[in-house]
Design a protein around this ligand. Structure first.
Ligand SMILES: C[S@@+](CC[C@H](N)C(=O)[O-])C[C@H]1O[C@@H](n2cnc3c(N)ncnc32)[C@H](O)[C@@H]1O
Ligand SMILES: *[C@@H]1O[C@H](CO)[C@@H](O)[C@H](O)[C@H]1NC(C)=O
Length: 258
């Protein structure tokens, strides 16, 4: 009998995959997004059993990604890392749109850089932007271990400069996907430059758009919150894109370039 109308072969494949993942989970930790840093608000409470259920019933993490996640969790700033459910969504989107060229603004230890490199074709590229090489050094050996180092073009300098280099180098409308996850004060500039770099039909993902709930009452002296809130308001009315704002982790906006 088919499972919920799924053809038998698919159901069997999925069941086998399920066994493999269950075995993987027994061998290591489960998905402890709840364990990192301070709990963040979400429509579903961050430390709720339901949130854990979502993680336990949707995550399929590549073993090297898992290794990098566990390594990063021990870092004093480990909570800066993207969450694994967000990363998995981005990998699925990158696959769905058959992306070849993507850009990551804010690499940290390189979890999402690796995540995207893993799903890009062999001739695909991630332009990875950060100012702090010490963070990146932590994850870099794992890019190699996963066999995707050749797809990653790391640029250590302020991301604005890298974006300007790309724009000046004739790469306007050549990118399929961008992920904005660096200093919040520059979000508007990152967005505007990415919008020029991304093709029509491409996607810009923006992290921390709920900023721990502070966007509800942005204080005048809180420049990060002001910046995020202003961009949120602008995106709502921006006719150049379609959007979805997801309550995943600290809020993830997806902007689809028209
Ligand atoms: C939230 S972390 C990025 C997390 C990462 N996306 C991941 O997958 O785990 C933010 C990163 O932005 C970097 N950053 C801060 N200001 C920057 C700038 N002006 N240009 C480039 N990177 C910057 C920081 O060094 C830090 O590594
Ligand atoms: C996408 O944007 C276009 C142009 O603003 C608008 O007409 C359309 O309704 C939007 N689609 C969705 C699904 O929001």
């Amino acid at each position: 009998m088919s499972l919920f109308g799924v053809p038998k072969e698919v159901a069997v494949g999925t069941a086998m995959l399920g066994v493999a993942f269950a075995a993987g989970m027994l061998a290591g930790k489960r998905y402890p997004s709840l364990g990192f840093g301070t709990p963040r608000p979400s429509i579903i409470g961050k430390s709720s059993a339901l949130q854990q259920y979502i993680l336990d019933h949707s995550l399929r993490e590549h073993p090297v990604l898992k290794k990098l996640r566990l390594l990063t969790a021990d870092h004093p700033y480990g909570k800066m890392m993207v969450s694994c459910d967000q990363a998995q969504l981005m990998a699925n989107l990158v696959k769905l749109i058959k992306a070849k060229k993507v850009i990551e603004i804010g690499v940290f230890t390189g979890y999402n850089t690796l995540n995207m490199a893993l799903v890009l074709p062999d001739n695909g590229k991630v332009i990875a932007c950060d100012i702090n090489e010490d963070y990146v050094k932590i994850g870099k050996p794992l890019w190699k271990e996963a066999g995707v180092e050749h797809k990653i073009d790391l640029r250590i300098k302020p991301a604005i400069h890298t974006l300007d280099d790309l724009l000046a180098g004739g790469e306007v409308e050549t990118f399929d996907f961008a992920f904005i996850d660096a200093d919040k004060e520059s979000y508007n500039e990152y967005y505007e430059k990415c919008l020029r770099l991304v093709k029509k039909g491409g996607i810009i993902a923006i992290d921390n758009v709920l900023w721990n709930g502070r966007v509800l009452k942005p204080r005048r002296d809180d420049l990060a919150t002001q910046s995020i809130h202003r961009l949120n308001e602008k995106l709502l009315r921006d006719a150049r894109i379609n959007i979805s704002m997801l309550p995943m982790e600290d809020g993830l906006t997806l902007a689809f370039k028209l």
